[in-house]
Design a protein around this ligand. Structure first.
Ligand code: AMP
Length: 287
């Protein structure tokens, strides 16, 4: 396993991989790796000759400096876990190497940012994500890149970017990995305080209420489903709803009526500081 620290060295390595006609799977992460990340690395290892993982807490996608500051950094453990899951290369760049002081260019996603997290986190978040992923694609030149359905809007925006800007890479989206109790794995879960687990789980429980109403009860009116979900979340003290929405899986526009496959997506804020997101795909009668 190789550890590479500079953009220049990674670009040289990427060119060698292409010259040797090997397939190259790439998994971008911000570190603090858990089973969700490792599932992507394992899948990449099954499908490619060489697997690269980037660990870079990208400052430009954080709208809140405190969130960036508090983001967990566990590089030593990450290197071991990624290597065990099948990573051949781990890229650990410095922010100064990734971003020149005189940087002046970004990738600007549009319509897909006007929903869900784009409304609460702002467009700047997705500009930061697209710009860093575009840079990473140019650094790694991967044949396939792996993303999680956990960040469904991000995955869709990146898929769109790859088509719109003709990046020669296939995007693979993998299912959400959950804890035993159903909580979607996330680096932010480490910040759930003692005694607050049930409240953190309220979003996943609400998603299941929505699913049940759509799949078993045949309810089609989204507002009715969203109201029931919101009511169940708000039974928990200290939980605020950022958004709950039922949307098209292709455009992320609101689905007023559920007559096809939809995504139910939500974000909650726990005790005023921790923001958790989750989503499920569902359809009348089951997916
Ligand atoms: P992050 O380090 O949070 O930027 O995540 C890196 C990648 O891992 C993204 O493509 C995420 O969607 C994915 N990921 C994060 N959590 C999970 C999870 N619980 N299940 C599947 N993929 C995940």
């Amino acid at each position: 396993m190789k550890i590479i620290n500079t953009v220049k060295d990674m670009q040289l390595e990427a060119r060698d991989i292409i010259k040797s006609s090997q397939t190259h799977g790439f998994v971008p992460t911000m570190g603090n790796l858990h089973e969700g990340h490792l599932s992507l690395i394992r899948k990449a290892a099954e499908e490619n000759d060489v697997v690269s993982v980037s660990i870079f807490v990208n400052p430009s996608q954080f709208e809140d400096p405190a969130d960036l500051e508090e983001y967990p950094r566990t590089v030593e453990d990450d290197i071991e876990a990624a290597s065990e899951a099948g990573a051949d290369i781990i890229f650990l760049p410095e922010a100064e190497d990734m971003y020149s002081e005189r940087r002046d260019t970004v990738v600007l996603p549009n319509k897909l940012t006007e929903h869900l997290c784009g409304l609460s986190r702002g467009k700047a978040h997705f500009i930061g994500v697209c710009t860093v992923v575009a840079k990473l694609f140019n650094i790694f030149l991967p044949s396939k890149a792996y993303f999680g359905q956990k960040d469904a809007q991000q995955a869709l925006i990146i898929q769109r970017m790859v088509i719109d800007l003709n990046f020669p890479v296939e995007i693979v989206i993998s299912p959400i990995i959950r804890e035993e109790d159903g909580l979607a794995m996330s680096s932010r879960n480490a910040r759930i305080k003692e005694g607050r687990r049930e409240s953190a789980l309220s979003l996943y429980r609400a998603l299941n209420i929505g699913r049940e109403m759509i799949e078993k009860q045949g309810i089609e009116t989204s507002s009715e489903i969203i109201n029931a979900m919101a009511e169940s979340i708000l039974e928990n003290d200290g939980v605020e709803i950022d958004y709950i929405d039922i949307v098209s899986t292709e455009t992320l526009e609101d689905a007023e009526k559920v007559d096809d496959v939809v995504m139910i997506a939500g974000a909650i804020r726990l005790d005023d500081d921790l923001r958790l997101i989750d989503n499920i795909l569902t359809a009348p009668g089951g997916k």
